[in-house]
Design a protein around this ligand. Structure first.
Ligand code: FPP
Length: 249
């Protein structure tokens, strides 16, 4: 099936995921298969980033969250980290106008204070530049770890309690959701991981409690809009019960 046919199928099937989250994996292996350095894979991964942003916007998704750089990724060689930061900065520089024109609000999730001033400034400015857009949210998870996110949320709730603005008994699931970096967004309906790895890798642990998971062997630099639409077609076949029994038709 062509990309257009798949898109038509997705749109006519009905349920479009409100929020898609993606673990972009396999850049290094993609480069190794071509006898190139790992960073070559990251560079090519940028095509896939553009394709999924465009694809999600075409489908009318409310949010797309991309795992761009984990807290654990700080342990990678300095050269690789610096290429990844440069790619992020270039992406922001080149795409911020395009994001705004397409109604997309950019948001960064993670401990941004660890990022060097130049890429951090570029990210913060692009978030401000697109802050009034309302058609879709693009979350870039950078210097992100889900356990750290939960730690940060817990600290902010403790501060509220210490200041007398919050009672322990008033804390419920919504209170916690609203204290996370993803506050205000629906939980992901679909989580895609490329390169065949069967792991969550400290990504959105709280938010994916009822998310449908789709794992593909495709390596991230090869992931095209067509692959995104295939994942959504698969998602549309799932029977989501959220712990209840199957509803009778
Ligand atoms: C995982 O592949 C990929 C990453 C750690 C980085 C993903 C980043 C990009 C695609 C570029 C920047 C992104 C944006 C949104 C502007 P890996 O290196 O772990 O691959 P491997 O498992 O094959 O070694």
């Amino acid at each position: 099936m062509t990309e257009e046919e798949l898109k038509e199928m997705v749109l006519s099937n009905g349920t479009i995921p409100r929020h898609i989250a993606i673990i972009m994996d396999g850049n290094g292996r993609w480069a190794e298969l071509r006898n190139k350095p790992r960073v070559f894979g990251h560079q090519h991964g940028m095509h896939a980033v553009r394709a999924v942003v465009e694809g999600c916007r075409e489908l009318g998704c409310e949010a797309l969250t991309l795992y761009a750089f984990s807290e654990e990724n700080w342990k990678r060689p300095r050269g690789e980290i610096s290429v990844l930061m440069k790619l992020l900065r270039n992406y922001i520089r080149r795409e911020r106008e395009n994001l705004r024109e397409n109604g997309i609000r950019l948001q960064c999730l993670g401990r941004l204070e660890k990022i060097d001033p130049a890429p951090r400034k570029a990210l913060e400015e692009a978030c401000l530049y697109t802050a009034d857009q309302t058609d879709m949210v693009l979350n870039l998870a950078i210097s992100y770890g889900s356990r750290s996110e939960i730690v940060d949320a817990t600290r902010s709730l403790c501060r509220e309690a210490a200041a007398g603005r919050l009672e322990a008994e008033d804390i419920d699931e919504e209170t916690i959701s609203n204290a996370l970096y993803t506050a205000g967004l629906p939980d992901p309906d679909l989580l895609i991981r490329t390169s065949g790895e069967m792991r969550i890798s400290n990504f959105l642990l709280w938010q994916i409690a009822y998310t449908e998971i789709y794992i593909t062997a495709v390596l991230w630099p090869d992931f095209a809009k067509k692959n995104l639409f295939e994942a959504v077609v698969d998602f549309q076949k799932r029977d989501r019960r959220f712990g209840r029994v199957k509803s009778k038709s």
